[in-house]
Design a protein around this ligand. Structure first.
Ligand code: FE2
Length: 183
């Protein structure tokens, strides 16, 4: 089985634990991977839907913060903010992505999560994509379409990741917790 992060046709692919490849969402494409409720098209704002709640308070809170910071980047594009202002907002988002992934991975190590390596690999793929996006932004600067397209790419990935990989983590974590508290 190939590891996560393989490149096929120039695109980076994620893989499910069973080895089935998942293509990185194409930029600017939203739909299919999550429902219309996740992304309110009229305002282009992401909301944390019920099926994105994983049942670990700290992680759910961080996901909300992540959503808020994504929406901040979206709003930059919508109101044609300056390059400097948009850059700062993108920086705040990528800083938080690093912090959140670090915390989530620590929690996985603490509870001996069996899919830790795979999950960490998934996080790495998004971080690599973020780096590409930042580089592209530095070269081309802001435009409503650019910011929206890029954000949609991140949104698509994050929502899909939370709904599958993180929800699975939540189930494992809470099952472990319940087992420990059973006399
Ligand atoms: Fe995760």
């Amino acid at each position: 089985m190939k590891s996560s992060g393989d490149r096929i046709g120039g695109r980076e692919w994620a893989r499910k634990p069973n080895g089935v490849p998942i293509p990185f969402p194409a930029r600017g494409i939203v739909g299919g991977a999550f429902s219309a409720n996740d992304f309110v098209e009229k305002k282009n704002m992401l909301t944390l839907s019920k099926d994105m709640m994983i049942g670990i308070a700290k992680v759910d809170e961080q996901h909300q913060e992540l959503v808020d910071r994504i929406n901040a980047v979206v709003s930059m594009g919508a109101r044609s903010a300056s390059k400097e202002e948009t850059q700062r907002t993108i920086d705040l988002l990528s800083e938080y992505i690093i912090l959140h992934f670090g915390d989530e991975e620590l929690l996985q190590r603490q509870c001996n999560y069996p899919k830790y390596e795979w999950h960490k690999g998934q996080h790495q793929i998004l971080q690599n994509e973020c780096k590409k996006i930042e580089k592209e932004f530095a070269e081309t600067g802001p435009s409503p379409k650019f910011t929206l397209d890029l954000t949609k790419s991140i949104i698509n990935w994050i929502v899909t990741h939370i709904k599958s990989a993180d929800v699975e983590l939540g189930k494992y974590y809470n099952a472990q917790k319940a087992q420990k508290s059973t006399p």
